[in-house]
Design a protein around this ligand. Structure first.
Ligand SMILES: C[S@@+](CC[C@H](N)C(=O)[O-])C[C@H]1O[C@@H](n2cnc3c(N)ncnc32)[C@H](O)[C@@H]1O
Length: 348
């Protein structure tokens, strides 16, 4: 049997599938990619039929990423669109090549970007964030401000393009300002009392989204990332003026998160199927609007992961449709129209 992975450029294939490129579909004929790279036909026994091929892809994707692509769910619809663009034999080659590639590889990166939903914006779910600020951040600041070294560690799991991470860092600075532990410098910037060691870690499986998060620059348009930004917090962003997007009426502008907020945030890839968390002893974890895309197995494992990553009395914030089925791990703390989960010690 010829080894198919050596000749299929998965990255090019998936990227072109993402574009939903009609021209590509017309020219992607069995045996050749549109760019004239040869595609090796799969071994005849590799996959029996389309149904079996799809089922094998679902199992492979779930095993590597936790993403549920079974028929009917949103990522399943995305997988169907990808498969519809491929002749059956090419889809078999694709399956074999994905199976042989590491989940960090370019074929997987492109596939993950095609399957995941990146919808996010600054200050999403303001009720939950307001409760977080009062219930968690203000209390943590009050409790730690007398320590010589005051540490605050938060983790946003599934942060997409970073808006949630920067929103949380802004809320932390606001809580510090309220307590007299931080202030705006007259000439610009934020001065935080040097006792504070603050870190907000953003992780995601999608590396392309993380690159955008790191750039911290966002297009400003109606119903875009700034749709829920409270006017009073607009000063945490700088308007970007460049030749790329000259400011003319009707043109899009961009805003960048200010450097002092960026300095509190860092990003790294992390797949929620990994057995060990990227941080330990964290005060607060946000994993909002992520678990709904994952299989039941990974949802449950992720909750155990969060329990391990949280420090004593740490808090977990989930999306409105996520409901941890582990009362032994977390205790519900209700606020106005929202809920947070507080870590219970093991065996409590
Ligand atoms: C809808 S976004 C949520 C963004 C943000 N948390 C919010 O609520 O606005 C879902 C994110 O989950 C990420 N994701 C999906 N499966 C993942 C996994 N197995 N590990 C880590 N992140 C994952 C996706 O890449 C995507 O960026």
């Amino acid at each position: 049997m010829t080894e198919p992975t050596s000749v299929v450029d998965l990255n090019a294939l998936s990227a072109r599938l993402r574009q939903d490129d009609r021209e590509f579909r017309r020219t992607f004929v069995l045996g050749r990619l549109a760019d004239e790279r040869p595609v090796v036909a799969p071994a005849p026994t590799a996959v029996a039929d389309g149904g079996e091929l799809r089922a094998r892809l679902v199992t492979l994707i779930e095993g590597r990423t936790g993403i549920d692509t079974s028929p009917g769910c949103s990522s399943g619809d995305r997988l169907d669109r990808l498969l519809a663009a491929l002749p059956g034999a090419a889809a078999s080659v694709w399956l074999l090549a994905l199976d042989a590639e590491s989940t960090d590889g370019p074929g997987w990166e492109a596939l993950i970007a095609s399957l995941t939903v990146q919808e996010t914006y600054f200050f999403r779910d303001p009720d939950q964030l307001a409760f977080l600020r009062g219930q968690v951040l203000a209390k943590l600041v009050a409790a730690r401000r007398h320590e010589q070294v005051a540490r605050l560690l938060c983790w946003c799991a599934g942060c997409a393009t970073g808006e949630e991470v920067y929103s949380l860092a802004i809320l932390i600075v606001e809580a510090l300002r309220e307590a007299g532990e931080a202030k705006f410098r007259p000439g610009g910037g934020i001065a935080i009392h040097p006792r504070w060691r603050i870190s907000v870690l953003g992780t995601d499986i999608d590396r392309a989204a993380l690159r955008q998060a790191q750039a911290a620059t966002y297009l400003d348009f109606a119903m875009g990332p700034f749709r829920s930004l409270p006017g009073a917090l607009a000063g945490y962003f700088e308007t970007v003026t460049d030749n790329l997007l000259p400011h003319r009426p009707g043109r899009l502008s961009r805003r960048m998160v200010c450097p002092d907020i960026r300095a509190l945030c860092r990003f790294m890839p992390f797949n929620l199927t990994q057995p060990e968390p990227p941080v330990l002893d964290s005060d607060l974890i946000l994993c909002r609007n992520v678990l709904i895309y994952l299989s039941n197995r990974v949802r449950n494992d992720a909750q155990a992961l969060f329990h391990r990553a949280l420090g004593r009395d740490g808090y977990l914030a989930l999306g409105p449709t996520d409901n941890p089925k582990a009362p032994d791990r977390f205790q519900q703390v209700w606020g106005p129209d929202t809920v947070l989960y507080r870590k219970r010690p093991r065996g409590a």
